[in-house]
Design a protein around this ligand. Structure first.
Ligand code: 3EB
Length: 362
């Protein structure tokens, strides 16, 4: 083993020097969904600029990302075998490896992922994970959480009289408060889904600059849900709009068939899928008001759809193709959704991919 790889402090000092000498203005985030074959083909070209990769599938993929934040989420892919969600930027990144907690950052954003065995109740596990995340991003100067993905098993199961998802919300909320975060003001876009196996996997994007929270006029803000959904409300924003090297990017949180705070169309997956689309379109309309044209041909759309039942795949694909166009990249996963009456949830990323106005810096 090379000594530099066992000494994170030294690796980091070296990387910091490299970063300073190679910084170029404007390093927009990029997102791709790759099959293992595509991932293998692109890995080398992205070696210095990959912020993180997350594999989804019912089996740990044979191909893995090395030297960058990487996690495997034990969750079946319905439109393929396994798939990689890959976050890149056009600038060399600084990486840190703390075992269970991996991160990579450029001048503006930090990608982190944390993977732990669930050896405690979910309230304790989420509190522990989130306080660790906040301590880390604060110490590195990327204190604004923009988007968080949460995956853990048995999400709808009860443990000591409280549903696991509600326990998760308790720990998450307490960690935000303990680390000085203001509910609403400092609340990121997020999703929380039930995976298989025994791991809690959390990955996130944090930044130096605050994003702009986007709410949905059709839906109650989650942090204002009434107490029937648990002793602490879920702490996420419906969407987050950021400036991605001067171009807009919208993170749409996991979105389901909820209007106000209530589930609509229990038992009817088709109607839930349509209601979900209506909620996403309500959010992009809000983004439009804030100046981001999500329907422009210069806007890339990437979707992740979570289905409780695999037999709904063709129906949900038709519904999303109708709404967003068949060219929209979409990843279909089988997952438990945080309310047992929800059958479908969809998240999205909208990125402005128009050419920069001034390309003379290249
Ligand atoms: C909802 O709207 C459905 O707990 O982080 C969506 C997105 C949902 C994020 C979370 C939960 C979360 O309440 C569930």
């Amino acid at each position: 083993m090379e000594p530099t790889q066992t000494d994170p402090e030294r690796t980091q000092r070296r990387n910091d020097r490299e970063l300073v000498s190679q910084v170029r203005p404007g390093a927009p985030l990029g997102l791709s969904y790759f099959s293992p074959r595509e991932f293998e083909a692109h890995r080398a070209e992205y070696s210095d600029t990959m912020l993180g990769a997350v594999a989804f599938g019912a089996q740990r993929p044979r191909v893995a990302a090395t030297g960058c934040p990487y996690a495997w989420v034990d969750m079946p892919v319905l439109n393929g075998d396994s798939m990689f969600e890959v976050w890149t930027c056009s600038q060399p990144v600084v990486r840190e490896d703390h075992g269970e907690f991996l991160s990579a950052r450029n001048e503006d954003v930090l990608f982190g992922c944390l993977q732990t065995t669930l050896d405690r109740r979910l309230d304790a596990a989420s509190y522990f994970a989130y306080t660790r995340i906040f301590d880390f991003i604060d110490s590195r100067g990327y204190g604004q959480l923009l988007r968080v993905w949460n995956y853990f098993p048995h999400i709808n199961a009860e443990a000591d009289g409280l549903e696991c998802y509600m326990r998760f919300n308790v720990g998450r909320h307490e960690a935000f408060v303990a680390k000085g975060r203001m509910i609403a003001t400092d609340t990121p876009a997020a999703c929380a889904l039930g995976s298989r196996g025994e791991h809690l996997v959390i990955y996130f994007l944090a930044a130096k600059q605050r994003g702009q929270r986007v709410e949905n006029p059709r839906q109650t803000s989650p942090f204002a849900y009434p107490p029937q959904y648990g002793p602490r409300s879920p702490n996420f924003a419906r969407a987050m709009l950021i400036q991605n090297s001067g171009k807009p990017l919208l993170f749409v949180s996991g979105t389901a068939s909820i209007v106000g705070h209530q589930t609509l169309h229990a038992g009817n997956a088709r109607a839930q899928a349509r209601e979900t689309v209506a909620n996403i379109l309500a959010l992009t309309a809000q983004a439009q008001l804030a100046g981001f044209d999500c329907s422009s041909s210069n806007t890339d759309r990437l979707l992740k759809a979570y289905l409780r039942h695999p037999h709904d795949l063709a129906m949900v694909q038709d519904c999303l193709n109708d709404a967003f166009g068949p060219a929209t990249k979409a990843l279909y996963l089988q997952a438990d959704i945080c309310r047992s009456d929800l059958l479908v949830e969809v998240e999205a990323v909208y990125l402005d991919v128009s050419a920069p106005a001034d390309s003379s810096s290249g």
